[in-house]
Structure formats: C-alpha cells, structure tokens
Design a protein around this ligand. Structure first.
Ligand code: NAD
Length: 332
C-alpha cells in the first residue's frame, strides 16, 4: 500500500469536508483545505486553509500544488429543496469545479484522487415506489438521474474513470447515501432532511408548539448514514485498490415520518405532523451494501438512533442559542 502524507480536501469548509480534515489530521496527515469560505461552526483543523473558488483554474492549480492525494468534496449543493430548484447553477458550477480540480491534480502529479459522488446518480425509474429494491452500483445504467445534480455527478464519475485509464491517475469514486451529523447546515435552505427535522423538532420542544411540517405525505423512504461511519468508509476506500464506484451508506430504509418519530423520541416530546406540499425527490431509495462489504470488509455500524441523538443534541443547542438571540427569526 502506498503511503500518502500530504493531502488536499476540497470543500473543507463544508459539513463532510470539515469532519474529514479533522479526521485526517488526527491520523497524522498534513492537510490543506480549500473552500469558498472557512467552516461555519468551528475553526478548520487544516494545516493550511486556502479560501478559493475552484470554478477558477488558478485556484484549482494553487490548491493541488505539492499534494499527493486529493479528496474532492467541493460542490454547490443542498437538500431536495435546493437541488430541485437550481439545475442550471448546479450543473454549471459543479462541472467547472470538477473539470478544474481533476485536471489540476493531474498536472500537479497527484497519485490518488477520491471523488464524492451521490446516490442521486441512480435512475428515477428504479425509485418510483416506497418499498424499492436496494440500489446496486451497476443499477446506475441505463442512466436517468433525477436532477442536474445527479447528471453532473455521473459525468464526473466518467471523467475520473477516463483519467485513470488514459493518464494513470488512481481515482476512487464513492456514492454517498444521505450523510448526517453535527456541524452541518441546519437552516437557510440548503439543509437536508435529518437536520431540517432536528431543527423543527427542537423548535417544537423549545416553544411548546408540537406541530412539525413534513414535505409531502412523509411516506417517501431513504437510508441515513452517520458522519463517523462515512469517515471510516472514506479512509478504507482511499487506501483500497478499488477504482469503480462504490455505495457508502446505511441499508436500513425508513420513511420520513419514521425519521421524524425517532427524532421526537430523542427529544422526548410528542409531535403533531403537518403534511404540506414540498419537494420530495424520488419516492424510495436504499443502498445495497453487498459490494461495500466485499471491497472494504466493513459496513456502517452506528445506528440511526445513536447518530440522531448526537445530531439532535448539537442542533438543539444551535436553535436554543439562536432563539435566545433578539436578531434570530425562524420559519417552520
Ligand atoms: P456541503 O455543502 O456542506 O460542502 C460542500 C462545500 O463545497 C461547501 O462548503 C461549499 O462552500 C464548497 N464549494 C461550493 N462551491 C465551491 C467552489 N466553487 N470552490 C470551492 N469550494 C466550493 O456538502 P457536504 O454534505 O459536506 O457534501 C460534500 C460532498 O459530498 C459534495 O460533493 C456532495 O455533493 C457529496 N454528497 C453529500 C451527501 C450528503 O448526504 N451530505 C450525499 C451525496 C453526496
């Protein structure tokens, strides 16, 4: 196994990138982070943090200089509300980010490159029911991702494969399935379902109003993976010799209504769900972890209840602090 010591994390100001920087530093790597902005909730642990825009070629070159491995996480993204309403922006920005970062890495002589793709690459026609079959990696084709976000992810997966075949860059491709945890966006429009529900339930608990809005009928299904498992999977995949796309997520499927009930249980309150119109994404989605187990000899182990307990505690603290502030305003 090749020993890599100097690494770049793109998107290091974001949720997973910030946790990844901390994890890599703990494990003894020299880490450079790059992002449009530093992390929002605590300082970055990176040895060097570049504020940069990877849509700009010069910033991509500067970011990749002198590193041996790249974890490519930078993306213009958010939860369903965001990715279903910003197709042109997402396709434009993320294409530029990934075209530049991959080519800059090649020119800088980077030996390993891990690209963070998404379960959003899977075709809509396999996700039309709540009780769907778990998605295997080969199910991505024939391609019909739901949104521009998914199409761009699929294109960059192909780009990674061609850079491997044509230029010898060792690429790794991970398809995340709904990663959640503390220190992630929890309000403002880009937050995902677990964080949004933790926020709404924290507001319910702190204000005594039990009504919690859920987009759609709440019967849409997903699986959710806690951040610490995500970091373990990333480490194992980067160190592996496997270069095809690999799912990384939990394979326990729950409805959004069930997710809300688990969080309400963690918060220790009864809630009244109010179903309202809103973007729901595909009807059902789950990860098939057969290949994950084969390739990495491991699978995510932290239970949804445990992960949500840790996440809820952090988000309730954020909500309480903001509610106590005279400038904070909330919409449910
Ligand atoms: P995030 O939004 O918290 O982090 C992404 C970071 O990229 C942000 O900090 C953002 O500022 C940065 N960024 C955006 N445009 C940039 C630019 N032009 N130049 C430099 N940086 C830029 O998202 P995350 O949840 O940490 O996701 C990390 C990666 O994993 C993304 O590629 C995302 O698509 C992928 N992913 C995440 C999930 C999930 O459940 N969180 C699921 C599937 C895929």
């Amino acid at each position: 196994m090749q020993i890599v010591r100097r690494v770049l994390v793109t998107g290091a100001g974001g949720f997973i990138g910030h946790h990844l920087v901390k994890d890599l530093r703990r494990r003894g790597y020299w880490v450079r982070g790059v992002d449009l902005d530093p992390p929002e909730y605590e300082p970055s642990a990176a040895d060097e943090f570049q504020v940069g825009d990877l849509r700009r070629w010069e910033d991509a070159i500067a970011a990749c200089e002198g590193v041996e491995a790249v974890y490519a996480l930078a993306a213009d993204m958010g939860g369903m509300g965001f990715i279903s309403a910003h197709h042109a922006q997402i396709l434009h920005n993320n294409s530029l980010i990934n075209l530049h970062t991959l080519e800059a890495a090649r020119q800088a002589g980077v030996s390993r490159y891990l690209y963070t793709s998404s379960a959003c690459v899977y075709p809509e026609y396999r996700q039309n029911e709540t009780n769907v079959a778990p998605l295997r990696e080969e199910d991505a084709y024939p391609a019909q991702p739901q949104d521009a976000y998914g199409w761009e992810k699929l294109l960059t997966e192909r780009l990674c494969t061609h850079y491997r075949d044509d230029y010898g860059l060792q690429t790794r491709i991970v398809r995340f399935h709904n990663i959640f945890g503390p220190l992630g966006t929890w309000m403002g429009g880009r937050e995902k379902a677990p964080a949004a529900l933790c926020r709404k339930i924290a507001i319910a608990r702190l204000t005594g109003n039990p009504e919690v809005e859920i987009w759609g009928d709440g019967e849409q299904t997903r699986s959710f993976c806690y951040i610490d498992d995500c970091l373990e999977g990333l480490r194992r995949l980067m160190d592996s010799e496997y270069s095809e796309p690999l799912n990384l997520g939990q394979d326990r499927m729950v409805t959004i209504n069930e997710l809300a009930d688990i969080i309400a249980g963690v918060a220790g309150i009864q809630i009244r769900k109010v179903h309202v119109p809103g973007p729901q994404g595909v009807r059902g989605r789950n990860s098939d972890n057969t290949r994950l187990r084969q390739v990495l000899g491991w699978q995510p182990a932290i239970s949804l209840e445990e992960g949500l307990a840790r996440t809820y505690a952090w988000i309730e603290g954020q909500v309480a602090a903001a509610l106590g502030s005279p400038v904070a305003t909330y919409t449910r």
